[in-house]
Design a binder for this molecule. Structure first.
Ligand code: ADP
Length: 232
């Protein structure tokens, strides 16, 4: 399996209170598949994605991505793993406000070993004509497309998407999801995304239902549908 997670546990301590946020997660995702982690706010989705993306560490358990046991990496190796292999997209875009669209993407391209051409990723998210605009001159959907392009330019082997349609309206959300599916198809990028929107399960190859830090159901979907056919 491309992603193999075994008995993953994670607690946070604030003050004297320790809260177990992930309680023994097991999860599998094959290469070039789309996985959806479905769960309400606070169920542990971001924590799980952050551990898989090398942003955070677990307490116990195993996370293997493309044969690398990332739970065994030291800080330097983990930074390298994140920089080389992981594209991250967040709910609130995290663009650099005083750089234009092209420059926001260049920042990542410049530190990538084999970046894609900026014009190609701009084309993939249909923003060629807006490459000189600043984030504040773009709609929410366009800003999210820039952040997809930025994640994509380093040709990540794994794209992690944390509630990326959470701040977008219905039509724009569907458009963003359509772009993701297209990227998955064109570049064979494995995608793992979190959402609280149950409708998104239809576009996934695998769905993991998360509740209070536990996967209560894993479903394999043999007939994933195009995002434009999803309704909610
Ligand atoms: P979700 O993404 O499903 O909304 P999170 O993974 O963000 O869930 O959070 C799961 C739980 O962990 C929540 O109760 C949250 O308050 C807690 N949590 C997340 N990050 C931290 C942190 N850095 N310190 C303390 N508690 C945290």
């Amino acid at each position: 399996m491309y992603i193999h997670i075994e008995d993953l546990e994670k607690s946070y301590t604030s003050g004297s209170v320790k809260t177990k946020v992930l309680k023994g997660i097991n999860l599998q995702l094959a290469r070039a598949e789309i996985g959806v982690i479905l769960g309400p706010s606070g169920s542990g989705k971001s924590t799980l994605l952050n551990i898989i993306g090398g942003i955070d560490r677990c307490d116990t358990g195993k996370a293997i991505v493309d044969g690398d046991e990332i739970t065994n990496l030291n800080d330097k190796e983990l930074t390298e793993y994140r920089r080389e292999h992981i594209g991250f997209i967040f709910q609130f875009y995290h663009l650099i406000p005083n750089l234009n669209v092209k420059e926001n993407i260049e920042v990542v391209a410049n530190i990538s070993r084999v970046p894609l051409k900026i014009d190609d990723v701009l084309h993939a998210v249909q923003l060629e004509d807006k490459k000189h605009r600043f984030p504040r001159e773009l709609s929410g959907g366009e800003q999210q497309r820039v952040s997809i392009a930025r994640a994509l330019v380093k040709k990540p082997k794994l794209l992690l998407c944390d509630e990326i349609t959470g701040a977008l309206d219905y039509a724009t959300s569907r458009e963003i999801l359509k772009f993701l599916q297209q990227i998955n198809k064109d570049y064979q990028t494995t995608i793992l995304m979190s959402t609280h929107n149950t409708a998104l399960r239809a576009m996934a190859n695998r769905v993991y239902k998360l509740r209070s830090g536990e996967i209560i159901q894993e479903t394999i979907n043999d007939a994933a549908v195009p995002a434009e056919r999803i309704e909610w």
